[in-house]
Ligand binder design. Structure first.
Ligand SMILES: Cc1cc2nc3c(=O)[nH]c(=O)nc-3n(C[C@H](O)[C@H](O)[C@H](O)COP(=O)(O)OP(=O)(O)OC[C@H]3O[C@@H](n4cnc5c(N)ncnc54)[C@H](O)[C@@H]3O)c2cc1C
Length: 427
């Protein structure tokens, strides 16, 4: 009998297209099982959407991204100590009606419980409802949580949890619109409940040297000779891939670990939705940080107040994100605003001048990344239909966050599950 840990002996490699978190997790798991692989990616570095580049000595992540330390898959696959994780202060500062108020998690930051209770957002009953929701999502296993009834998040918060409109609009909406990159709260309530549990049960952090340290760590488990970067794949089938330029590579099996829009194109059938949610992330250098705390700042006054959804002084969280005596400020929108780059920058500065004063005019723009496909669509009912990976009609294994959930956890889990299924088939 073949066990799922016996080495797999394959003459042709398993070709994995995409060296994001899903492709890396898949490659690592197959390597661990003794399987020959070849990991291809169009980009010059591993990481996919989780990338960090250096600009004038600042570490610029590709969009505002964080790691929830409670993610079960990250706990299983990553060496947290080696990442030298730098933690955020739990909760957020909300900019509303001309001032900042703190919304802290009283379980994880009890010293801020009193100010949170009387911060003027929502009612006392909302605090009790939040406590009930917290208890509810912490009950049972994560798998049980994912089986719960699903509905659009807005309906869940209003009709199921009965939060007040004020509490939703000034706190829950800006927070989760920023997480899901969609302002209308149409995302699956089940996915929300999973993430709420993650926020409630662990810290949020970034690696000291940038988010790309995560995929780089995953790549350590793969033979460098089995990774080919700057290699665009044009066509795939169950036993070969064709590269741009025409080269044909034979494969024992093929895994597509690309984002939803590339998967829809390469798989040759509707394996997943081709569209996703986007964001623009502007990163500024400043002589002085506008706030001292390593905390997320949220726009609690809605889109009428301007395009900014959230702000974070990244160098307050991880000092190595900026050169000494400088601050790195990350500013994100929810969705892609229609303005061109110059008008968007101007609107962002105008809005943030109201938050931090005229000093914003002296901030130096380091980067403005328009990320069209940041997250897959994640409507209600989605999780029940996703097995983590999919075998397409032409025999290609498809994985990635579009087949799991739009998160670091989802991408890594998806890659591992595809590898386990494939190893059993090959074995
Ligand atoms: C701005 C932003 C913020 C986010 N915030 C968070 C967060 O805070 N917490 C969280 O958990 N998740 C967050 N995410 C989501 C998380 O980053 C993704 O879910 C995850 O990285 C997806 O990994 P993946 O491997 O599925 O896909 P990808 O990272 O997209 O990897 C796909 C790879 O396929 C390659 N590829 C595509 N087409 C081809 C081709 N034809 N030939 C060769 N290679 C190809 C690409 O170059 C890419 O490297 C965020 C994402 C973004 C963009």
């Amino acid at each position: 009998m073949v066990s799922d840990t016996d080495p797999v002996v394959n003459a042709d490699p398993v070709v994995i297209v995409g060296a994001g978190l899903a492709g890396l997790s898949c490659a690592r798991e197959l390597t661990r099982r003794g399987c020959r692989i070849l990991l291809l990616d169009a980009a010059a570095e591993v990481g996919g959407r989780v990338r960090t580049r250096k600009v004038d000595g600042f570490r610029i992540d590709a969009g505002f991204q964080v790691l929830q330390l409670a993610y079960p898959e990250a706990q299983q696959q990553l060496d947290y100590a080696a990442l030298k994780l730098q933690k955020f202060q739990p909760g957020a500062l909300i900019r509303t009606q001309g001032r900042f108020v703190e919304m802290a998690d009283p379980w994880r930051r009890p010293q801020a419980a009193f100010s949170t209770l009387f911060n003027g957002i929502g009612t006392l009953a909302d605090r009790l409802r939040l406590g009930r929701l917290r208890a509810d999502v912490m009950r049972g296993t994560v798998d049980q949580l994912l089986q719960a009834d699903d509905m659009p998040l807005g309906d869940f918060l209003r009709q199921h949890c009965h939060f007040s409109e004020d509490f939703i609009c000034r706190f829950l909406q800006p927070w989760f619109a920023g997480v899901f990159l969609e302002p209308d709260l149409q995302t699956s309530s089940t996915f929300f409940r999973f993430l709420f549990r993650m926020f409630a049960s662990g810290d949020v952090a970034v690696p000291a040297l940038g988010m790309q340290e995560i995929p780089k760590q995953l790549a350590i488990g793969i033979n460098p000779a089995e990774i080919r970067l700057s290699t665009v794949v044009e066509r795939v089938s169950s036993d070969h891939v064709i590269l741009a330029g025409g080269e044909r590579i034979s494969a024992a099996a093929v895994v597509l670990a690309v984002d939803g829009s590339a998967a829809a194109q390469l798989a040759g059938e509707d394996v997943c939705p081709a569209t996703g949610r986007g964001t623009v992330c502007l990163q500024f250098a400043a002589e002085t940080a506008p706030v001292r705390q390593p905390v997320l700042l949220l726009n609690g006054d809605g889109p009428e107040a301007g395009p900014v959804n959230n702000v974070c002084v990244m160098s307050n969280v991880a000092a190595d994100y900026a050169p000494r005596d400088q601050a790195l400020i990350s500013v994100s929108t929810c969705g892609i605003p229609e303005q061109d780059a110059a008008s968007l920058e101007s609107a962002v500065r105008t809005q943030l001048q109201q938050w931090f004063g005229d000093t914003v005019g002296q901030w130096n723009l380091l980067a403005a990344d328009r990320i069209r496909f940041a997250l897959p669509l994640q409507p209600a009912g989605m999780l029940k239909n996703l097995a983590g990976f999919r075998l397409s009609a032409n025999g290609v294994y498809c994985c990635g966050d579009s087949f799991s959930s739009g998160s670091i956890h989802g991408a890594m889990q998806s890659g591992r599950l595809a590898a386990e299924a494939l190893a059993l088939t090959l074995g």
